[in-house]
Design a protein around this ligand. Structure first.
Ligand SMILES: C[S@@+](CC[C@H](N)C(=O)[O-])C[C@H]1O[C@@H](n2cnc3c(N)ncnc32)[C@H](O)[C@@H]1O
Length: 283
């Protein structure tokens, strides 16, 4: 029988615990109730490299040096990259309102640029949505202010797609057509490319959220972090959020996915009263 058709046994509880431990330690992702997802991801990758033994693959990833490329490949398989433009519209509406009001009131008067951060940006739709909003606000007010979006993720294959900035038309179906007209160019085969000048405003970088100290980033006007913390344990969610808080400007806005880390609070943040969003402003 060809190796590809050989079935692999289920992970034993002991093997599962070991894999879960090493993955959580390196990425923060906690697979506790998702043994089948972890196992399916491992099997997929192990088949690709023709390794049919969990122990052997574990050693390959954890012993010695030179395994960084294989970690990257495994992470590409294990991370959930689902995303869309303007996912959770209310959160984006709130960003728009917040930025518009801050720019209008002149609260950002002395600032040389408006800085936004898409944390766990996956294939880039969230980051480009933020760029469209920032541009709308600045252009709408007729201001001469620069803006930049930083977009980070642990997954290199997602970042490569994001940098490419080309999306199939079905990805745009929930988007306001006027935004599509302004910010995307139709190419062949139902593919749409982000306008080059908008793309230039978005900088994609690999960042592991549990190693955030390595990212020299701060002074953000908006930090957008949705559907990422759900993969982490509660104590780690809070740790990440505390680190994000430190990277906000006074008056800056932190958006978290609705219902994520609901018991988290910070003395330097005020939760906004809007019910349909989970957002905090740095005082
Ligand atoms: C479901 S996507 C969410 C994308 C986008 N934020 C949204 O809401 O549509 C989750 C993303 O989190 C990223 N991720 C998971 N663990 C991470 C970590 N430790 N550091 C950085 N990114 C991580 C994954 O690679 C994936 O792209």
């Amino acid at each position: 029988m060809a190796w590809t058709y050989r079935t692999l046994p289920d992970l034993s509880e002991e093997q599962f615990a070991r894999w879960q431990y090493v993955l959580e330690e390196r990425t923060g992702i906690f697979f506790s109730h998702h043994k089948s997802i972890l196992q399916a991801g491992l099997i997929k990758r192990m088949r690709e490299i023709e390794c049919l033994d969990y122990e052997q693959y574990y050693r390959q990833l954890t012993v010695g040096t030179g395994n960084a490329i294989e970690w990257t490949a495994l992470l590409n398989t294990l991370t959930v990259k689902e995303t869309s433009f303007f996912r959770h519209e209310e959160s984006f509406d709130y960003v728009r309102k917040h930025l518009f009001n801050r720019l209008l009131s002149g609260e950002m008067g002395g600032e040389s640029s408006v800085e936004l951060w898409s944390v766990g940006c996956s294939t880039g739709e969230e980051a480009y949505s933020l760029a469209m909003i920032a541009n709308d606000c600045i252009e709408g007010l007729g201001l001469d202010v620069y803006f930049g979006v930083t977009a980070s993720d642990i997954c290199l294959s997602a970042l490569a797609e994001a940098r490419n900035g080309v999306f199939h038309s079905r990805k745009l179906k929930n988007m306001d057509p006027s935004l599509c007209d302004r910010y995307l160019n139709c190419q062949d085969d139902n593919q749409y490319a982000i306008e080059p000048w908008l793309k230039q405003r978005v900088c994609f970088a690999q960042l592991n959220l549990i190693d955030m100290l390595q990212m020299p980033i701060g002074n953000m006007d908006v930090i957008f972090c949705q559907n990422v913390l759900i993969y982490f344990r509660r104590w780690r969610q809070k740790e990440v959020l505390n680190n994000l808080m430190r990277r906000l400007k006074p008056g800056g806005l932190l958006i978290v996915g609705i219902g994520e880390a609901i018991d988290w609070e910070h003395p330097q943040l005020c939760r906004v009263s809007e019910e349909k969003v989970q957002a905090y402003v740095r005082v």
